[in-house]
Every structure is written in C-alpha cells, then in structure tokens.
Design a protein around this ligand. Structure first.
Ligand SMILES: Nc1nc2c(c(=O)[nH]1)N[C@H]1C(S)=C(S)[C@@H](COP(=O)(O)OP(=O)(O)OC[C@H]3O[C@@H](n4cnc5c(=O)[nH]c(N)nc54)[C@H](O)[C@@H]3O)O[C@H]1N2
Ligand SMILES: Nc1nc2c(c(=O)[nH]1)N[C@H]1C(S)=C(S)[C@@H](COP(=O)(O)OP(=O)(O)OC[C@H]3O[C@@H](n4cnc5c(=O)[nH]c(N)nc54)[C@H](O)[C@@H]3O)O[C@H]1N2
Ligand code: SF4
Ligand SMILES: [Mo]
Length: 696
C-alpha cells in the first residue's frame, strides 16, 4: 500500500446473516476506499478472528458490478434490458403501482418483502413500519430459524442459553448440526481454547466430514434427519447407566418419569438402525456426555432444516436437562441469544400501528404464494405488488420453479432494492441501488453472542446508492404516510431505540463500541426457572401451543410426537429417488451473498454434487462427470465430486450459486420443497429426495 495515503481504522460490525456478528476494525484509505478488514481484538467474543470472505470485503464493496443507479425494465421480465431512470421517477412509479394494486384488490395484495441480507435493525426492519401503516400483507420470515426456534422454545420456553463465551470453560463441547468452521468461525475459537487450556473434547455431529468434523475429537456422521433418534438413544443410556441427575430432573423438569419410560425402547440398537451410526459410537458419545458434567451443547441450525427439525431440536436440547449440565459453568446449551436484548423497536417497525387481522405470508412458501395457491395465500387476494429489500428469493427460496414462474408473472409488479444484480433483481420492474454496511449507520445484535454493536458510516457510497431507510421514507412520503420515524435519521432512530430499551444513548454505545447484554449466570442457565409459566423444562410438548407468531399450525402437526423421538416426517428416499440431498453452506459464500465476488467464487470452484464413491461406481459415474439431479420439482445439472466422508445414499451440494452459474439456469433450490413444515412453517432445505442421472 502507498505509504502516503492517509489511513485510519474505522470501527464497525459485520451486517451479514451470521451468528458471529463480528466486531470489525476496517482500514479506511483516503476516506473513500477500504483496505483490509480485521476482527476486533478487544472484543472477547470476536477475539480478533473473522472469516476470510469479510476480511477481503474490499472486493465486494468496490465491486465493479455494483448497482449504482435506478433502473427501469425495458424488455421482457428477466431480459436484462434496462433503462436508467432518476430516483424521483423510480419512487413515483413504485408508489403508483402500489396505489393501483391496492385500489383493485385491497391492501393485502401488496407484499413488502425483506429478509436478512443485512441484520441491521434499522435498515432491515424499517420496511415493517410502511407495511403496518398501509395494512399490507405481513412477511412471516420462516426460512432460517422457524423449526429450530420452535423446537428450542418447546423445551426451554425462551431463546437464550449459557453465555457462549463459557464454551472456553467447558470440558466437552458438542457442535451439533453446525459447520462452525464455515458458518460461524468464532465458535471454534472458544471451543479450541477449551481443548488447549482444559483438555476438553470436541464432538461434532453432522451428515458429512466437513471442516468442523475434521477438527473434532469425536465426529459422528449420521444420516440426515435422524438426530432425534441419536438424542433419544443418548438419553436412554443416561437413564440406564445412572448418569441422569434425578435431583435436577425433579426440581427443573416437567415429566422425567414419563420421559424415562418413553425412552426405554429407544436403545442404541434402535438408534443405530435409524441413524446409520454404530452402537459403539452412540455408547461412546453417551458415556462422554454422561461423565462430563461441564458439557456445552452448541446447537446449530443445520439439523433443523428437516421436516422433523423442530422435534429434533427439542430432542437434542433435552439431553442437558437429563444430565443437569445446566447447573455448571461451561455446561448447558446455547443456540441463539435472540431473546436477551429486549429492544423497543416501536418506532423502527411502527409497532404502534399493527393490525393483527392482516394476513402473514410465509416466506418459505413464496413459490406457492406467487403461484396463487389459496392455502398459501390464506384465502386472501393474490400478491400483485412487491418491494424487495435484502433478500434474493429467486435464489434462496425452496421450489425455485414456482418462485421463478411467480416473479415472471405479468400481473405482478416488483421493485428490488439491491447492491448487485441478483437473480431476483434481474426479474424486477424497477431496480434501486442500495448502500453497503460501511456506507450507512446501523445497529446489530449478536445471535451467537451477547453484544449490541454499532456500525457507523465509514465511507461514501457510489453516487446514487440510497439506504433502505431512505427508500422506505421516500415511498411513505409518496403514499401520504406520516410517522415521526420517517423524518428521523438512522442515528436518531438508533438512539431513540437504545434509550427506550434502557441501554443508554447512541453516544454511549459509540464510546463503548459494544454493550455486553449477557444475562446473569442463574438466568442464562435457567437456574431461576425455564421460560415456561411453570418454570420447568418441558419434555412433554403440546406442539400447537408453541405458536409465538400466531400464524396457526400447518403441515402434519397432528402426528408430532409428545416426547423426544425420531419423527418420520422426512422426505425419505424411495425407488425412484434413491438419494437424500442436503444443500449445505459453502465456506466462501454467505447464503447467496459473496457468490459474486471473485475471491469467493475462485475458492468455491463450480457447483458440485458430492457422492459416495461406491454409489458413483454402482451408477457407473466418474469423478467430475456432469450429472442431472432431479425429483418431481425439477432438475439441476451439477458436476460430480467423489467423497467418502458421507453415508451411501446421501448427496450434498454446497452453496447457493447464482442460477446463472448452472447450464440451464436452474439453481439448487429447484429441488427443495415449499410444502408446509410442521408445526409453524419453515424450509426443509437439507431434506430432499432425488435421483441422479448422467447428463444427456
Ligand atoms: N460460510 C457461510 N457462513 C454462513 C452461511 C453460509 O451460507 N455460508 N449462512 C449463514 C446463515 S443464514 C445461517 S442460518 C447459519 C447456519 O449455520 P449452521 O448452524 O452451521 O447451519 P447450516 O449451515 O444449515 O448447516 C450446518 C451443517 O448441518 C448439516 N446438516 C444438514 N442436515 C443435517 C442433519 O439432518 N443432521 C445433522 N446433524 N446435520 C445436518 C449440514 O451438512 C451442515 O454441515 O450460517 C451462517 N453463516
Ligand atoms: N438450498 C438452500 N437454501 C437456503 C439455505 C440453505 O442452506 N440451502 N439457507 C437458508 C437460510 S438459513 C437463509 S437465512 C436464507 C437467506 O436468504 P437471503 O436473506 O436472501 O440471503 P443473503 O444472500 O444473505 O442476502 C440477500 C441479499 O441482501 C442484499 N443486501 C445486503 N445488505 C443490504 C442492504 O443493506 N440493503 C439492501 N437493499 N440489500 C442488501 C445482498 O446484496 C444479497 O443479495 O436462505 C435460505 N435458503
Ligand atoms: S460473516 Fe460471520 S464470521 Fe464472517 S465477519 Fe461476518 S459475522 Fe464474522
Ligand atoms: Mo439463515
């Protein structure tokens, strides 16, 4: 780097949809460009470590392919034929389309559509103010957390758990269904510290030998969708061999005797047949957990992306309630801290304007919704107008064929506010250029830790890019809406929220850089009681009562088991579809983000299907061969990669590549299902039956 260019270090936080929410130190060169991005050393969760893709963020923010001006569609939808327009015209046209749609079909025909491309509370959630005020359809954001959180709340009654930093004080860290090396690298920092400093064992439980499994002392590779069976067999052994903490069970749980009786038939033999693990593997794991009181269950999302995911999550979470590991520092469980921040988002989201009668549309069912499925539309009008912020549904949503068909509808108006020309932006009528996180102010809360962090504007955006907040305010003005929040800056909104929530001012947060919101030990470990009204951990679950968002139960919820179990609701392989496909995350992408940056693309190579060498041999396939993978929903062309680190009958395709990276334009979600997942929706993206054939 040129020594004469002035360089300063800007403080920020990673806005991406990653539990780590890293505290960042960013090199700012001459006030306009960024250099290297580093993890803040003095934040004790980030501890100076971030992932490679954000370390080289310069290539994303200064990407020549960034959107820099509003565009209006000239040709057919998806043709790529655009005309540059001014902001005033673009916003006028969007407002006009919304007004027209509403006049024809009522306010619920408009669907403001957003997700977690940025996790900033102002830029991500401000769109809800507009939607509440206009009584537009609600966005029921299920795609990521629904099965996981439902299962967790069913047991613990809250989304919280042991301080994630306690992992370093554990004697055994169980990484269950999370590829932490790739998806939340900081988990490894703390787990490996426990190994170095205390000789702790690291256990990983996954469906293939990924980078996290390779670092584990005990790596259990099971069949997808069978985690409930493993958890039950572990608990069976805990009761059988005297490792159940009966005093803890009596004091803190609802039905230990009934659970024990229920588990009597869930033996390691029973689970071995279901999971594909050996009885010895199951016994070894159970003994380890039973003899190690300070066992920390770091529970991920991956294994919950199955049609039985909520049941599996609850079953796994039940293990520390049997051993009583919650009583010890370095013990218990952690999945997400979403529940600890108690933020007052009334102004940001317009919560003073909510009309509960307005329908919520399920993100995971975007395909059926746009296809006019009456059930998915909850009996209401079709969706005919949308504005999309921070999400890329044409890539990330299941049943992509339906999603694409929906976005291609002539009677659907779509505005997309984006940073780059994604698969979704390509289908829009109007495209608006968006700022990136270092170009605007926002506040972030940890999912995988306990900090609130401020990410202030560090550099100017490319000339015409606007923030989400500016766009929503611009639309509100045209729609004749009044609310004090539209006239406030991002900083004012953040300050107002912090003060209203009891966390002090923005000035204080800026001075501190982050606020540690960790609850006291007794509360985090539920030693004052679990989140349910009876204060107990629930082994026995009435699934339809866990409906936090009042969406109503969907899918085969009536057959969900009352106690932890292997629930056979998964999309099992059959004669026509002999393989089970999981679409696991790629290390260098983050969902569909970074699949446009050169460094990430070159690291990932090309879209591939990992298959066991014996399965490949049985089909006569060779390494690198081009194959078609399909089922009743569609077909995707991929290149084979022989890999013996998974079970026979399981295939894996890593990463959300742009649809344009596939020869026929069909992305991986062409294969995944948008059927309603019990009990309250979600996307079972790792639970898909497929056939594999030679490409023609
Ligand atoms: N590099 C990178 N980082 C990311 C993301 C990314 O795409 N790339 N995505 C971000 C987002 S939005 C989220 S929500 C988090 C999610 O991060 P995680 O909690 O790690 O969850 P997943 O990424 O869905 O999958 C984790 C692992 O679960 C495995 N898995 C799939 N099915 C099963 C099963 O039935 N049982 C078991 N035991 N394992 C199974 C997958 O193979 C994968 O290795 O990561 C975030 N971080
Ligand atoms: N097959 C399969 N499908 C999956 C998954 C899987 O594992 N397998 N994972 C699922 C999961 S866990 C999730 S969370 C979803 C994620 O789905 P998305 O939330 O759609 O994914 P992202 O790629 O994180 O973000 C989408 C877009 O937000 C844009 N963006 C970022 N910041 C801003 C901003 O400030 N303003 C505006 N206007 N735009 C911004 C980015 O440019 C990016 O294109 O995907 C799901 N889909
Ligand atoms: S993507 Fe995750 S690991 Fe990477 S910098 Fe952001 S929060 Fe940290
Ligand atoms: Mo996610």
């Amino acid at each position: 780097m040129n020594q004469h260019v002035p360089l300063r270090i800007g403080h920020s936080a990673c806005p991406h949809d990653c539990p780590s929410t890293c505290a960042l130190d960013v090199e700012i060169i001459d006030g306009r460009r960024i250099g290297r991005v580093r993890g803040a050393k003095d934040n004790d969760y980030t501890a100076g470590v971030i992932c490679a893709k954000v370390a080289r963020y310069a290539e994303r923010i200064h990407n020549p392919n960034r959107l820099t001006q509003p565009l209006r569609r000239k040709g057919e939808k998806g043709s790529g034929d655009w005309q540059a327009v001014g902001w005033e015209d673009a916003l006028d046209e969007i407002a006009e389309a919304f007004v027209k749609a509403e006049a024809r079909l009522g306010s619920e025909t408009v669907w403001p559509y957003y997700y977690a491309g940025t996790m900033g509370l102002v830029q991500r959630d401000g769109i809800n103010r507009l939607r509440h005020q206009k009584r537009y359809s609600g966005f029921y954001g299920t795609i990521c957390t629904n099965m996981a959180w439902t299962g967790y709340i069913a047991g613990a009654g809250a989304i919280a758990g042991s301080d994630p930093r306690e992992m370093a004080k554990s004697d055994c860290v169980v990484l269950w269904g999370t590829n932490a090396v790739a998806t939340q690298v900081n988990v490894m920092t703390h787990a490996i510290r426990a190994r170095k400093e205390r000789g702790a064992k690291i256990v990983a439980i996954d469906i293939y030998q990924n980078e996290t499994m390779k670092q584990a002392d005990l790596a259990l590779c099971l069949k997808p969708g069978t985690d409930g069976a493993l958890a039950c067999a572990v608990m069976h052994v805990l009761f059988r061999d005297g490792f159940a903490d009966r005093a803890y069970l009596a004091r803190y749980t609802d039905a230990p005797e009934a659970l024990e009786a229920h588990l009597a038939s869930r033996t390691p033999d029973w689970a071995a047949a279901i999971t594909g693990l050996s009885v010895e593997e199951i016994e070894t794991f159970a003994q380890l957990v039973g003899t190690t009181k300070r066992t920390f269950f770091r529970i991920g999302y991956g294994f919950s992306r199955q049609r039985n995911g909520a049941v599996a999550m609850h079953a796994v979470l039940s293990i520390p309630a049997v051993t009583g590991a919650w009583q010890y520092e370095g013990g218990g469980a952690f999945h997400s801290n979403s529940g600890i921040f108690h933020l007052d988002k009334t102004a940001i989201e317009g919560l003073d304007l909510v009309d509960p009668a307005i329908r919520q549309l399920d993100q995971s069912r975007t395909g059926p919704i746009l296809a006019g499925d009456p059930d998915a539309l909850k009996g209401g009008p079709p969706v005919t107008a949308m504005i999309v912020q921070n999400t890329n549904p044409v890539s990330v949503c299941p049943d992509q064929t339906l999603v694409k068909r929906g976005f291609a509808r002539d009677d659907l108006f779509v505005a997309v506010h984006e940073q780059i020309m994604t698969d979704t932006a390509r289908m829009a009528d109007i495209v608006l250029p968006a700022t990136m996180f270092l170009e605007h102010d926002d506040i972030y809360k940890g999912g995988g830790h306990q900090y609130l962090l401020f990410g202030g504007k560090q550099v100017e955006p490319p000339s015409e890019c606007r923030t989400n907040h500016q766009v929503i305010a611009g639309l509100a003005r045209r729609l004749g809406l009044e609310h004090p929040a539209y006239a406030m800056t991002e900083r004012e909104l953040i300050d107002q929220m912090l003060v209203a929530s009891g966390w002090g001012t923005l000035e204080r947060l800026e001075a501190l850089r982050w606020i540690d919101c960790q609850t006291p030990f007794e509360e985090a470990h539920f030693l004052n009681g679990f989140g349910h009204s009876d204060g107990r951990y629930h082994f026995r679950v009435d699934w339809t009562s866990v409906d936090n968002e009042n969406y109503g139960a969907v899918g085969p919820h009536a057959t969900m088991p009352e106690f932890p179990d292997h629930w056979q609701a998964i999309e099992a392989a059959d004669v026509e579809h002999p393989f089970r496909l999981a679409t696991s995350p790629a290390r260098s992408f983050l969902n569909s983000s970074f699949n446009e940056t050169p460094g990430s693309v070159s690291k990932e190579g090309r879209p591939e299907l990992m298959i066991h060498p014996e399965d490949a041999a049985a089909l006569g396939f060779a390494e690198g061969e081009r194959v078609v993978v399909g089922n009743g929903r569609g077909a995707v062309t991929l290149n084979l990669k022989l890999f013996d680190g998974l079970k026979r009958g399981v295939v894996i395709s890593e990463g959300l590549w742009p649809n344009t990276a596939f020869p026929d334009g069909n992305g991986i979600n062409t294969l995944t299902g948008a059927d309603p997942v019990a009990p309250f929706g979600g996307a079972a993206v790792h639970d898909t039956k497929v056939w594999v054939r030679r490409a023609a």
